[in-house]
Design a protein around this ligand. Structure first.
Ligand code: FES
Ligand SMILES: [Fe+2]
Length: 345
């Protein structure tokens, strides 16, 4: 089987790679996405680019070299590459040698910035899938937190769409008292490559929202491949939006990126509190995932129940269907049907 089909990643997909602020003008940064070493860089004029981090000569990480705003110079033998990945100079070549640089190109990636977030397209073939629709908001990015979980993408991503762990894993006096669950009823509908939970009143046991946004908050949430969650929660005065993405580093590490936007007044102190709480939340999830991973060494079996685990089942099915679509050229089928799901959480 082709190597790309074996690793269980989703390709021909847009992945969240970083925050726009991470890549300064004239700067480069090396990272690994789906096991591929990638450079994100920004020219002096602000234009973002992305090329492979592997020097085609002997494989050295190009991100360890220098970027002058136009070319990246490999630290080993000084070969230079422009922002399209084309080799522009081989310093060891004599002037009368055949100019071999023209034949050499390293891989380049499509990149896009949207709402302060950098996305990279990880391809399988030359088909370019449209950039996902994310309901826009006029509020600038307030906070960005990320954490790399020591698990594969499936364990990280299913944690995002699992409503039943909140009152166990995230129990706290601020967020939700332990074992304080309420009956919930949610209407779910298909969207492109995923589903959405229609606008609903935020449960009275989600205390943090009430403290943050005031009374009667309402939420709508969408989930879509490759592992994105987007939530918008509003009251008649305030707005909060959270964009979360699980981006595989490789088969045993996944970076969870969390971007937050809001219009609630409150400066640095509010940011500090929310940052603390978010880091705490992510740490709790990362720990829970490790317990699950440990147990799964002995048995891979799962017993996913109706309603509360429905979204996890959909995720696995969407993923299988995307694999068939991407690798075997089948028609992509979204398995999601409009449903009312009920659970206690
Ligand atoms: S390894 Fe990069 S120039 Fe030789
Ligand atoms: Fe969680």
């Amino acid at each position: 089987m082709h190597k790309m089909k074996q690793d269980n990643f989703l390709r021909n997909q847009w992945y969240i790679a970083a925050s726009s602020k991470d890549i300064k003008k004239g700067g480069i940064k090396g990272l690994i996405i789906l096991g591929e070493p990638i450079i994100l860089g920004r020219c002096k004029n602000g234009k973002l680019f992305s090329i492979s981090d592997n020097c085609p000569h002997r494989g050295t990480l190009l991100s360890l070299g220098k970027f002058d705003g136009k070319n990246i110079e490999c630290p080993y033998h000084g070969w230079r590459f422009n922002t399209l990945g084309e080799c522009t100079l081989i310093p060891s070549q004599m002037r009368n040698h055949r100019h071999q640089a023209d034949d050499i190109k390293t891989k380049s990636y499509l990149v896009k910035e949207h709402m302060g977030v950098i996305w990279v397209y990880i391809k399988y073939n030359d088909k370019v899938e449209p950039f996902p629709h994310i309901e826009n908001n006029d509020f600038s990015l307030k906070l960005y937190v990320k954490k790399t979980f020591d698990c594969n993408v499936d364990l990280a991503v299913t944690g995002l769409m699992d409503p039943a762990h909140g009152s166990f894993i995230h129990a706290s006096t601020f967020w939700r008292n332990k074992r304080d669950t309420r009956e919930k009823e949610k209407r779910l509908k298909p969207i492109k490559n995923g589903w959405k939970i229609e606008t609903h009143k935020v449960s009275s046991n989600s205390k943090a929202y009430r403290i943050f946004l005031g009374s009667e908050p309402e939420s709508k949430i969408s989930y879509f491949l490759p592992g994105i969650r987007h939530e918008i929660t509003t009251t008649n005065k305030y707005f909060y939006s959270g964009l979360t993405a699980c981006t595989p580093v490789d088969n045993s590490r996944t970076t969870v990126h969390h971007f937050m936007y809001w219009n609630v007044p409150g400066g640095i102190f509010l940011k500090y509190i929310i940052k603390k709480l978010t880091i705490n939340f992510l740490n709790q999830d990362a720990k829970a995932v490790l317990w699950m991973k440990e147990g799964k060494k002995y048995s891979k079996r799962e017993f996913l129940i109706d309603d509360a685990d429905l979204q996890i089942k959909w995720y696995y099915e969407l993923k299988r269907n995307w694999h068939k679509y991407c690798y075997d050229d089948d028609v992509f089928i979204n398995p999601v049907r409009e449903t009312v799901a009920r659970w206690k959480s």
